[in-house]
Structure formats: structure tokens, C-alpha cells
Design a protein around this ligand. Structure first.
Ligand code: ZN
Length: 249
């Protein structure tokens, strides 16, 4: 089976402006995520905001089965025509993994149709991500919870539609909870929102988090040979007796 082709998109702003972030991700968050997915056997490429067409040309997307998205400071700088392009690709079957502060990305808001707002606090507090759907493929190989010693807090309410499947629920030291692993279907595409990943903590160096990213890319891979949906006026498959149409008694 050919390996899944994953494009890892990152706005790549904090790593170049904030030395604390550069220390954790010297080559950018995208490079660290790519190395995790390389290790798990995916064919990876990276793309960033400053690339022509943000690195998401038609040709790149033609060769992308799953796109991962990390953004925070520059959501508004993403051109609407690229958002439109990515949105269309998802509806056509491309998988999309939205990470951490990507909850406010234009494409995620568009796919959800809600504000995607949440509570937050940056206090280096403990997070436990509890697996609430252990039979789900995204939880494969994960213990009953993932413990992160220091994380940014995201708290409910998270203004998203009810997920098709909720895989992780987070608990934070400060008392909040959060739906941290949310699966959606949009058109022919699969979308997974995964909460961890604040830029000042080494979240994407964590083995369990890397496993979840790989599982999510597997899950979101388009199914080969899936039936092509058809729409509009259609002929009946069986002969229909129309004699009783609007029969007047
Ligand atoms: Zn953050």
C-alpha cells in the first residue's frame, strides 16, 4: 500500500520571533511534526505562511492525502482564496488535522460554522488527556491517559458543533475540562481537532502525542475507491407505478 502523503502546515511566526519558542522548536513546529510522522512511515512535506500561496498550491494539494494545520498569530494573514481551496479539498475527501490554536483558523471556523471560542490560561499547569473512546483508531497504542507536566489550559465551553466522536477529554490542574480530541466528517473528508501544542512547551516532542498525530493521519486518510457521491435529479432504479399518483378518491 503506498504510504499516506501528509503536508504539515505551520504559520512559522513564533519560532522566528520568540527565543523561548526557538529553543523548543529551533527548526519550526512543522519540522518537529514532520519528523514524528516520518518516523511513523508517512511521506511528509512542509508548507508555511511565507511560501508562495502559503505552500498550498493546487499541485501540492493534489499530492496531499492529509493536511495538518498549526497557526496562532497570523490567522488573518491566510488568504481567503487559499482557505477556500483547502475547504473544498476537505469536502472532496482530504483529511485535515487541526492543532491547538488552529481552533481559530479560518478554515476550521468555516468547517465548523461556529465561533470555535474557548477559555484559556497560560500557567504551565498539568494536563491529563483521558481517552474516552478506547476502541477508536486514534487512541491505538495510547495508555488510558496522556499526562503533560506543563501545558497551556483550554477550558469549556469550546464553541464547536458536537463531535461525531470524542476521543480525548482533558483535565487541567486549575480545574477546567476540555474536549481535546474531536472527530468530524465534512463532505467526503475527515477532520480531527487535537488540542495540545502550545509553542512554549515541548508538546510535539512527546512520544504519546506523536503517536496520536500518526494515528490521526491514518484515520483521516481518504479511503481508496470510496464511492463517488452523485447529486441532483435522478432516474429511478426500479420501475415506478405512477398510476396512483395524486389519486382522487
Ligand atoms: Zn497556545
Amino acid at each position: 500500500m503506498p504510504s499516506t502523503r501528509v503536508t504539515i502546515w505551520n504559520e512559522f511566526v513564533h519560532e522566528r520571533e520568540n527565543p523561548d519558542v526557538a529553543e523548543v522548536y529551533p527548526d519550526g513546529i512543522h519540522t518537529t511534526i514532520a519528523s514524528a510522522l516520518d518516523q511513523h512511515g508517512f511521506e511528509t512535506r512542509t508548507a508555511t505562511l511565507d511560501d508562495p500561496e502559503h505552500g498550498l498550491t493546487e499541485d501540492v494539494l493534489d499530492e496531499t492525502d492529509v493536511l495538518t494545520w498549526w497557526g496562532h498569530a497570523a490567522h488573518d494573514a491566510v488568504e481567503d482564496r487559499i482557505v477556500e481551496r483547502v475547504h473544498e479539498r476537505v469536502l472532496d475527501g482530504m483529511g485535515l488535522i487541526v492543532l491547538h490554536s488552529g481552533h481559530y483558523s479560518k478554515v476550521f471556523q468555516r468547517l465548523m460554522g461556529t465561533s470555535c471560542s474557548l477559555k484559556w490560561r497560560e500557567a504551565a499547569e498539568r494536563e491529563r488527556l483521558w481517552v474516552v473512546e478506547p476502541s477508536h483508531p486514534i487512541a491505538s497504542g495510547i495508555d488510558e491517559c496522556i499526562e503533560l507536566p506543563e501545558a497551556e489550559m483550554y477550558g469549556e465551553r469550546f464553541d464547536v458543533p458536537r463531535p461525531d466522536t470524542l476521543v480525548f477529554t482533558s483535565w487541567f490542574e486549575g480545574g477546567e475540562v476540555f474536549r481535546s480530541g474531536c472527530c468530524y466528517h465534512r463532505g467526503s473528508g475527515k477532520v480531527f481537532y487535537f488540542r495540545p501544542g502550545h509553542e512554549t512547551y515541548p508538546i510535539y516532542h512527546d512520544g504519546a502525542i506523536r503517536q496520536v498525530l500518526a494515528n490521526a493521519c491514518d484515520w483521516a486518510t481518504p479511503v481508496d475507491e470510496s464511492p463517488e457521491p452523485s447529486y441532483g435529479n435522478t432516474d429511478p432504479r426500479e420501475e415506478i407505478d405512477t398510476n396512483d399518483e395524486r389519486t382522487v378518491h
